[in-house]
Ligand binder design. Structure first.
Ligand code: PLP
Length: 386
C-alpha cells in the first residue's frame, strides 16, 4: 500500500539538511550550555548564533527571541505573562483560535478576574473588523488582542498589520499565533505593530518539540518558568541545543527557498481544487480555503455530504494521511470548533488536506482516486440527504 502524507499543517517532515546539523550537534557538542568552562561556552555560542539567525529571519532583535518547547508553550507564555506582568484585565480573541489559545484563556479566566470577549466572524470565518474596532474603542481596561495570522484548519489569513495598527490606535497589546505562517510567508516584525508572536519548528520542516516566542523588547520581565534563569530569566531550563540549531537551519532554508517552494505548493493546491470540483461536484470548500489569495497555500478544507465524519478513516485505510482538523484533537473524536463556527451543524464529513514541499502531483491524483472510490462504495449508505 502506498503511503501518502497530506497532513503538513499538523507537522511537516524534517529536511535532510536539518537532520545533518542536528546530528553534528548530538555527536560533537557535550556539556551544559550554562557551564562556564569551554564546553559550556561552546554550546552557549551555538544557541546565540541560532538566536541571531532566527531573529534576522523575522527582522527582530536577538534579545526579542525566547526559545520554547513549541507553539503551545509560546501562546501560554504570552497570555499568562501578560495577565501577570502587564496587568491585562481583558482578552479579545476569536472563536476559531487554536486550542492552545482558547483553552489557555479559559484556564486564566478560572483563576483570575478577567473579561473575555470573542470577536464576531464574517460568513466564511474572517474576523469582523468593525466588531474588533467597536470592542477596542471601549478601552478603559488594559487589553490584549490575541488573533492568529492564519487558521490551522481552514487556512484563512488575517491582515495582522491592519489588526496591529488598530490595537495600537486604541492602546491594546497585540499577540498573534503565527505558527502556520512563519517560514511560509515573509515576516517583518519591524513593520507590523506586534507585541508577541509564537512559532513552532515542526511546521516549517524542523524538529518537533521546539519553537520560539517573539516578545517586543522589554515587555515581559518575570519568569514564566522559574529555575536557573535561562532565556533571559523568562524560561528556565537547560536548553535543547540540538533542536534549537535544527530550528534555526530549518527557518534559514524555509526563507532561502520560499518563492520556489511556495510556487510549487500553490500549483498542487490549484490542481487539487480543480480536480475535486470536476470529480466530486457535491464538494464544498470550508472557510476561505479555496480563495488562493485569502488563505494559506498549504491548506485546503473540504466537506463532502457523507455522514459520520468517516472520510479520513477510509483514506487512512488506503494509506493516505489527511486530518479532520487540528492534530491536538485527533486522539478524541469531537467535531472541530472551527468547522462548527464557520459551517454550523452541517452533518457532512470534512477534511483538511495540507500540502508540503515533499508532495507531488501523483499524491493529489491518488487522493482524488481514493475519494471517488470511497464515494462509490460507501456513498449510498452514508450519503447525507440535503
Ligand atoms: N497554533 C497553531 C495555529 C497550530 O497549528 C499549532 C499546532 O498545530 C499550535 C499552535 C501548537 O503548536 P505546537 O504543536 O508546537 O505546540
Amino acid at each position: 500500500m502506498s503511503k501518502i502524507y497530506l497532513d503538513n499543517a499538523a507537522s511537516t517532515p524534517i529536511r535532510q539538511e536539518v537532520i545533518q546539523v542536528m546530528n553534528d550537534v548530538l555527536k560533537n557538542y557535550i556539556g551544559n550550555p550554562s557551564s562556564s568552562h569551554q564546553f559550556g561556552r561552546r554550546n552557549k555560542a551555538l544557541i546565540e548564533i541560532s538566536r541571531i539567525s532566527i531573529a534576522s529571519s523575522i527582522h527582530a532583535l536577538p534579545s526579542e527571541i525566547i526559545f520554547t518547547s513549541g507553539g503551545t508553550e509560546a501562546n501560554n507564555l504570552v497570555l499568562r505573562s501578560a495577565i501577570r506582568d502587564l496587568k491585562v484585565k481583558r482578552i479579545l480573541s476569536s472563536p476559531i483560535e487554536h486550542k492552545s489559545v482558547l483553552e489557555t484563556i479559559l484556564d486564566i479566566a478560572r483563576c483570575s478576574k478577567i473579561v473575555i470577549e470573542l470577536i464576531k466572524l464574517e460568513e466564511k470565518g474572517s474576523i469582523d473588523r468593525e466588531d474588533l474596532e467597536r470592542k477596542l474603542k471601549n478601552n478603559s481596561i488594559t487589553t490584549i488582542v490575541s488573533l492568529m495570522h492564519a487558521n490551522n484548519e481552514i487556512g484563512n489569513l488575517s491582515d495582522i498589520e491592519e489588526i496591529g495598527f488598530l490595537c495600537k490606535k486604541y492602546g491594546s497589546y497585540f499577540h498573534s499565533d503565527i505558527v502556520q505562517t512563519v517560514g511560509h510567508f515573509p515576516m517583518n516584525v519591524k513593520n507590523i505593530p506586534l507585541d508577541f508572536a509564537g512559532a513552532s519548528a515542526h511546521k516549517f520542516y524542523g524538529p518537533l518539540g521546539i519553537g520560539f516566542v517573539f516578545i517586543r523588547k522589554g515587555l515581559l520581565v518575570n519568569p514564566f518558568l522559574t529555575g536557573g534563569g535561562q532565556e533571559k530569566n523568562l524560561r528556565a531550563g537547560t536548553e535543547n541545543i540540538c533542536c534549537i540549531v535544527g530550528m534555526a537551519k530549518a527557518l534559514e532554508l524555509a526563507y532561502s527557498s520560499l518563492n520556489e517552494e511556495k510556487g510549487k505548493i500553490e500549483t498542487l493546491k490549484k490542481y487539487c481544487i480543480s480536480e475535486l470540483k470536476r470529480e466530486i461536484p457535491e464538494i464544498k470548500f470550508n472557510g476561505l480555503s479555496d480563495f488562493l489569495d485569502k488563505s494559506l497555500y498549504t491548506i485546503l478544507n473540504i466537506s463532502i455530504p457523507i455522514k459520520n465524519n468517516i472520510l479520513s478513516f477510509f483514506l487512512d485505510l488506503k494509506g493516505i494521511a489527511v486530518s479532520e482538523g487540528s492534530a491536538c484533537a485527533s486522539s478524541y473524536v469531537r467535531r472541530s470548533h472551527v468547522i462548527e463556527a464557520v459551517s454550523g451543524k452541517d452533518p457532512s464529513s470534512y477534511l483538511r488536506i495540507s500540502f508540503g514541499i515533499f508532495n507531488k502531483m501523483k499524491d493529489i491524483d491518488a487522493l482524488i482516486d481514493a475519494l471517488i472510490e470511497i464515494k462509490k462504495n460507501i456513498g449510498k449508505t452514508f450519503w447525507v440527504k440535503i
